[in-house]
Design a protein around this ligand. Structure first.
Ligand code: PDD
Length: 294
């Protein structure tokens, strides 16, 4: 039997298969909570400050006070990573969620109820370069979600329904369209390349401000690759030379088929190749920096 990973629940570290939460938890009853997904490369939490800032923003948006300080979060997450780091070079995906706690079912906020804090780790397998070059298929779907998509809420039913529709059409991701403009994927942000310019939808309440998205924009600027944050219409999406999806766990994924049509020449494009190498180099510098600091 494989060893159960160690998770964190309300102050304790314990095997994941032994962690228990009440059925009255508002996360279970209402989806009343927020989450983060943070990669840890070689034991180092990636862009932790940015993830904790977004967690803070999500908690503020749902009017739940942050149960831990940034220093406490850092200690908790770093301890969790260490407890699950079975080989020095291996990577992990850390999931954390905070819910409004356990109370009798009532739509109103409960009074004096401690938040439920949970975090767990999964191994993060490296994606093979050859597989990446082939790219993935995506379909466009109507963005049926609410207007607060900038909150990283655990209430993901619309995203799940959209993703499943894509899977059933043999696609990896659903690219969402609202009023003729593209927003993001069901679990990723979106980039298009046209005539050598990288474009991504500007931040708004209709999309999650992805940590990977922000890093790609930052790396494009540092490497003098033209990059714009702007509105992108569905027509522009279909006319793109390259389409990429970004997320903490998938990094940067080229889309080579969209709605059963080939994107560009059907292979990962030149700007994706440039960006993925810049991205990997950035990850490497963090590993070196961490080794140096150790
Ligand atoms: N999801 N947009 C949505 C709707 C997402 O769910 C995600 C990530 C992103 C990318 O954000 P980031 O670069 O910070 O991972 C954008 C995570 C990985 C998930 O739900 O598992």
């Amino acid at each position: 039997m494989s060893r159960s990973s160690i998770c964190y629940l309300n102050g304790d570290y314990l095997p994941l298969d032994q962690a228990r939460v009440s059925v009255l938890d508002r996360g279970f009853i209402f989806g009343d909570g927020v989450y983060e997904v943070i990669p840890a490369y070689g034991g180092n939490l990636f862009r932790l400050r940015q993830h904790l800032q977004r967690l803070h923003n999500s908690l503020e948006a749902i009017r739940l006070s942050n149960p831990l300080s940034d220093t406490q979060w850092q200690t908790l997450l770093q301890t969790l990573v260490e407890k699950n780091q079975h080989a020095p070079e291996s990577d992990q995906s850390i999931y954390l969620q905070v819910t409004r706690g356990v109370a009798q079912r009532d739509h109103r906020f409960p009074q004096n109820t401690p938040a439920t804090v949970f975090a767990m780790s999964h191994p993060l397998a490296p994606v093979a370069m050859e597989e990446l070059q082939t790219g993935v298929a995506a379909i466009t779907l109507d963005d049926i979600r609410w207007r607060y998509c900038y909150i990283k809420t655990i209430a993901l039913l619309p995203n799940i329904l959209l993703k499943q529709q894509a899977i059933e059409k043999q696609a990896t991701e659903a690219i969402l369209v609202r009023n003729g403009e593209v927003t993001e994927g069901s679990a990723s942000n979106l980039f298009v390349v046209k005539d050598g310019v990288i474009k991504t939808p500007a931040k708004s309440e209709y999309l999650l401000p992805g940590i990977t998205r922000d890093l790609i924009v930052e790396l494009a600027q540092k490497n003098r690759l033209p990059c714009e944050e702007c509105r992108i219409t569905e027509t522009e999406l279909h006319a793109a030379d390259e389409i990429w999806l970004s997320s903490s766990t998938k990094e940067i994924l080229p889309v080579t088929r969209l709605d059963d049509k080939t994107v560009g020449n059907g292979k990962a494009g030149p700007l994706w190749k440039k960006m993925i190498s810049v991205y990997q180099a950035y990850k490497q510098t963090l590993r070196k920096h961490a080794e140096g600091a150790a």
